[in-house]
Design a protein around this ligand. Structure first.
Ligand SMILES: NC(=O)c1ccc[n+]([C@@H]2O[C@H](COP(=O)([O-])OP(=O)(O)OC[C@H]3O[C@@H](n4cnc5c(N)ncnc54)[C@H](O)[C@@H]3O)[C@@H](O)[C@H]2O)c1
Length: 259
């Protein structure tokens, strides 16, 4: 997609920014002129993302601010509050674009799923998005700023998936959470949308057995897996004023899978 500068004055907080979709989103938003606060539980990975953004800026002469890396575990309320405080203190304003990409899988069949695997996935994928959305919304509302919050769910949240009862529940929860936030925050000029990727080639899906990967391709009308950049393109649109009258939407990025 052609480079545009739709996010010239935006400060974007991206969680899960150290890998896969979060890293691609960070790169895309930066290319559109946003300053990126890249957060990950893996602080070194977040720093590496910022290094890549800074490198591509000097190579391409792209504008943009002083991107910064932050380490935080989004499943912990105190850490998430501190993250928003630190971002606000670093840039003297709250982030106007917030993209929650942090997520994990702990796959197992329902008959064998442990309580711990259930709790971990719900804590990061659902509670983490609640905590980030709440802290970001509180910061925006109290400073009277408008914003766009984008939460990464999954097509699995809509249709379920064998071996992912915890993950599917967390991602379905993200859709409901985002729609509710959209209803509550519209009057404050804050839009909230979720993105539902299908199968995207990232470190998360790398560990899937090759047999399953091959089977998945046969189910995708477009005949191939998605790239993190396919998701980032949609996130950039939802972050920008080009989607100014869209809120509460769940946008599928699946190559037609399960349509
Ligand atoms: N890859 C896919 O096919 C796919 C499909 C649908 C949805 N998704 C969702 O997209 C998002 C990104 O996935 P990905 O494929 O890029 O995975 P990934 O594993 O490449 O990246 C996830 C990132 O989240 C970080 N993270 C994990 N727990 C965290 C925590 N508690 N606090 C902060 N950061 C944390 C990890 O360190 C990692 O950098 C996830 O929410 C995932 O569920 C991915």
């Amino acid at each position: 997609m052609a480079s545009q500068l739709r996010l010239r004055s935006a400060l974007a907080l991206v969680t899960g920014a150290g890998s896969g979709i979060g890293r691609a989103v960070s790169a895309r938003l930066a290319r559109e002129g946003a300053t990126v606060a890249a957060c990950d539980v893996d602080g070194t990975a977040a720093q590496e993302t910022v290094r890549l953004l800074d490198g591509s800026r000097s190579e391409e002469g792209a504008p943009g601010g002083n991107h910064a890396a932050f380490q935080a575990d989004v499943s912990e309320a105190r850490a998430t509050r501190r993250l928003l405080e630190k971002v606000q203190a670093s840039f003297s304003r709250p982030p106007s674009v917030v993209v929650s990409c942090a997520g994990i899988t702990r796959d197992e069949f329902l008959l064998h799923m442990s309580e711990d695997d259930w709790d971990q996935v719900i804590d990061v994928n659902l509670k983490g998005i609640f905590l980030v959305t709440q802290a970001a919304a509180q910061a925006l509302v109290s400073s009277g700023c408008h914003g766009s919050i984008i939460n990464i769910s999954s097509i699995v949240g809509k249709v379920g998936n064998i071996g992912q009862i915890n993950y599917a529940a967390s991602k379905a929860g993200v859709i409901g959470l985002t729609q509710t936030a959209a209803r509550e925050l519209g009057r404050h000029g804050i839009r909230c949308n979720s993105v539902l990727p299908g199968f995207i080639a990232t470190p998360m899906t790398e560990k899937m057995p090759q047999k399953v990967k091959d089977k998945v391709i046969g189910m995708i009308p477009m005949g191939h897996w998605g790239n993190p950049e396919d998701v980032a393109d949609v996130v950039a649109f939802l972050a920008s004023e080009d989607s100014g009258y869209i809120t509460g939407a769940s946008v599928e990025v699946t190559g037609g899978l399960f349509m």
